[in-house]
Design a protein around this ligand. Structure first.
Ligand SMILES: [Cu+2]
Length: 146
């Protein structure tokens, strides 16, 4: 009896979350507990139609799409420094996000909208090494999450 009501509760919760668009928060940080110049989290998987709120928790950062890592048909965006950005992602695919002044320091993240492709994505070869390293690490999170 107890288990069945719990199952019902979980099923209802799942149905509700899939039906309603969600807002996810990403902090822009100069220093986190473990690293410098980071988005926290640096990998998100969201549903098409969900919104991501980029919060300037620490100053000096922005959120912008990364050229070359944007699904076809998706609209690029670029937030101002220290500006909170709320962006809705409706086109499925993999989005690279960069902090414009700290790209070379590896301040980047990935947002997967919808289910990940079965083929591993190609990261732009022109990226600075630290950005490439962080995106590669974020992609490994995606593999683990599968
Ligand atoms: Cu930054």
């Amino acid at each position: 009896m107890r288990i069945s009501s719990l199952t019902l509760l979980l099923t209802t919760a799942l149905l509700c979350t899939s039906a309603r668009a969600q807002t996810h928060e990403v902090k822009m940080l100069t220093r986190s507990a473990t690293a410098g110049m980071v988005y926290e989290p640096d990998y998100l998987q969201i549903a098409p139609g969900d919104t991501v709120r980029f919060i300037p928790t620490q100053s000096g950062h922005n959120a912008a799409t990364l050229p070359g890592l944007l699904p076809e048909g998706a609209q690029p965006f670029k937030g101002k420094i220290n500006q909170e950005v709320e962006q809705t992602f409706s086109v499925p695919g993999l989005y690279g996000i960069q902090c414009t002044p700290h790209l070379a320091m590896g301040m980047v993240m990935l947002i997967q909208v919808g289910e990940p492709s079965t083929e591993p994505p190609v990261l732009p070869a022109t990226l600075p090494k630290r950005a490439l390293d962080r995106l590669t690490a974020a992609l490994q999170q995606q593999q683990v999450a599968k």
